[in-house]
Design a protein around this ligand. Sequence first.
Ligand SMILES: [Zn+2]
Length: 157
Amino acid sequence: MNPSPGIKITWLGHSTFKIVSARGKTVVIDPWLANNPACPPEMKTLQGLDLMLLTHGHFDHIEDAVSLAKALKPKVVANFEICQYLESEGVAGTCPMNKGGTQEVEGIRVTMVSASHTSSIRSGDRILTAGKRSVLSSNSRMASGSTRRETPQSSET
Ligand SMILES: [Zn+2]
């Protein structure tokens, strides 16, 4: 299968994906790396990052979002509530959006559509509501944040 020529997609376990666009932009979706048992050890640290996309606030989708955003300073696209949380944690460069919206970030169009799921953020011993789960669609590809049970792999296309 050749979903889009020039795009390299690497599955890092669970719902975490690293994508390098045809123009060389590095994107991570739902970064759960350090404690993700399905993430290959050599992939637990990312070197460069232009864009981070977060589907919802559960720990297994955003656990490494704050540390990666502070270290690598990508633009971060998520729903409004998650962006507010990230900003409260000292993250700059958030690009909040809401369902039905589309924005272009780092030359990549991102559209947020509805999904049936909850969204919350664990902050210390508190649970914060984080809007409803959304699906981010970029240039006709969708990241639903759904759980997969396969071996991590990459696809050079
Ligand atoms: Zn979830």
